[in-house]
Each structure stands twice: as structure tokens, then as C-alpha cells.
Design a protein around this ligand. Structure first.
Ligand code: DX5
Ligand code: ZN
Length: 224
């Protein structure tokens, strides 16, 4: 299995000081910056676009930027994020008319590609796409807002995707997103996730390093 990755979701950061927040969370031990993009169409909320991603790069953020597109349509914005310095771009397949074409376009633009599935989205989307992916993102809340509670219904889905990934020859990451905290991350790790998005659990804590250390300890205990 891949080494665990903690992706800090900037959705819970102080947007007025975003560059410093990203710097602080990386210094505190986060591996990736998880960049949640919402369009008030695919989801009922609105966040930030590629200009803000490019601004983080200009500010000096060098860590992987893991862009989670919750937008419809997908293609033009995905390419704009590739230009803006994203490393990995995930999208929701039902928001794209031609998901396979979207996967190929993101890869051609030089980024890794992830497919994001909501709690009620069936795994059959993976049937003809899994082999083309670098990451599967399983939502453990309905997308649109930070600070929601982890849905245990996603645990069997994590196990099922892990089993499918194990049949591949390539390492594909399995990311879980939504309600990840010290008391839920262990079960997600035990079910087979290796990449963990956390927003409120990190940015809502007084000490980012202690929050991240707590997540890592719970991941190790769960995966153990
Ligand atoms: C929700 C976003 C998540 C969100 C997670 O639509 O995709 O990445 O920021 O936030 P927490 O960790 O607070 O549940
Ligand atoms: Zn996300």
C-alpha cells in the first residue's frame, strides 16, 4: 500500500491569509494542499478558481496541490487549473459529458487524474476508467460544505475500491474526503484508504501540528 498522505483542505482555512495558512499547515506536517473548487451549480456553494491556485504558487507553495473540482461542466476549468499549477485534478464523472475524454485531457495537460464519487454515486463509474486513473476520491459526506459528519456508509465502498485497486499493476491512491477527524480516520484507514482529506480537523484546531500528529497516529493504529 502507498504511504499515507494527509491533504489539508483549505476550505476550512482563513481565506484572508491563504498563503500563510498553506505555509503553516505544510510546516505542521501536511503532505498536500487539498483545493476545493465549488461553482454553486454542481454544489450549492461557491469557492475559488484557478487564479487563487496560481497565487499560492506565486506565494511560494511548492507542495502538491490536489484540486477537487465540484463543478459542471468540467473540462475548461480542469485545463485552467493545470495551467495554474495543480499537480492532481479530481472531478465528478457525472458532471462531465465524456468522462474518459476529461481524464485524457487532464493527463495531456501534465497533471495526475482522480475520479470523485459521492456517497450515493455507484462504483460502476470505475468499470471503464479505473485503469486510467491515479486516484479515486470517495466522498464521505455530500459535497458542498466543510464541517459535516463522516458517513459510515462509505466504509464498504472504501473496502470495495481497495479490492479493485489491488488487482491493478499500477499504484492508484484511494482518498477519503469529508468528516475526517481523529475518531473517524482510523476506520477509513482500516477499510483501505491511504490518502486523507481533513479541513476542520486541522484548521479548526489551535495547534495544526498536534492535529496532524493525532490524525497520523489514528491512521497508523487503523491501518496496523
Ligand atoms: C466538501 C469538500 C471537503 C471538505 C472537507 O465538499 O470536498 O474537502 O473541505 O471538510 P471537513 O474535513 O471539514 O469535513
Ligand atoms: Zn474536497
Amino acid at each position: 500500500m502507498n504511504a499515507p498522505v494527509i491533504a489539508a483542505s483549505i476550505l476550512a482555512a482563513d481565506f484572508a491569509r491563504l498563503g500563510e495558512e498553506a505555509e503553516r499547515v505544510l510546516a505542521a506536517g501536511a503532505d498536500w494542499i487539498h483545493f476545493d473548487v465549488m461553482d454553486q451549480h454542481y454544489v450549492p456553494n461557491l469557492t475559488v478558481g484557478p487564479m487563487v491556485c496560481a497565487a499560492l504558487r506565486r506565494f511560494g507553495i511548492r507542495a502538491p496541490i490536489d484540486v477537487h473540482l465540484m463543478v459542471e461542466p468540467v473540462d475548461a476549468l480542469a485545463l485552467a487549473f493545470a495551467e495554474a499549477g495543480a499537480d492532481l485534478i479530481s472531478f465528478h464523472p457525472e458532471a462531465s459529458r465524456h468522462p474518459h475524454r476529461t481524464v485524457q485531457a487532464i493527463r495531456r495537460a501534465g497533471c495526475q487524474v482522480g475520479l470523485a464519487l459521492n456517497p450515493a454515486t455507484p462504483l460502476s463509474w470505475l468499470d471503464h476508467l479505473l485503469e486510467e486513473l491515479d486516484l479515486v476520491l470517495l466522498m464521505s459526506v455530500d459535497p458542498g460544505f466543510g464541517g459535516q459528519s463522516f458517513l459510515p456508509m462509505v466504509l464498504p465502498k472504501i473496502r470495495a475500491v481497495r479490492a479493485r485497486i489491488e488487482t491493478l499493476r499500477r499504484p492508484v491512491r484511494l482518498e477519503v474526503d469529508g468528516g475526517i477527524k481523529a475518531d473517524t480516520v482510523g476506520e477509513a484507514a482500516a477499510a483501505g484508504a491511504d490518502t486523507f482529506v481533513a479541513g476542520t480537523a486541522i484548521f479548526g484546531a489551535p495547534d495544526y501540528a498536534a492535529a496532524i500528529a493525532g490524525l497520523r497516529a489514528a491512521i497508523a493504529a487503523g491501518a496496523g
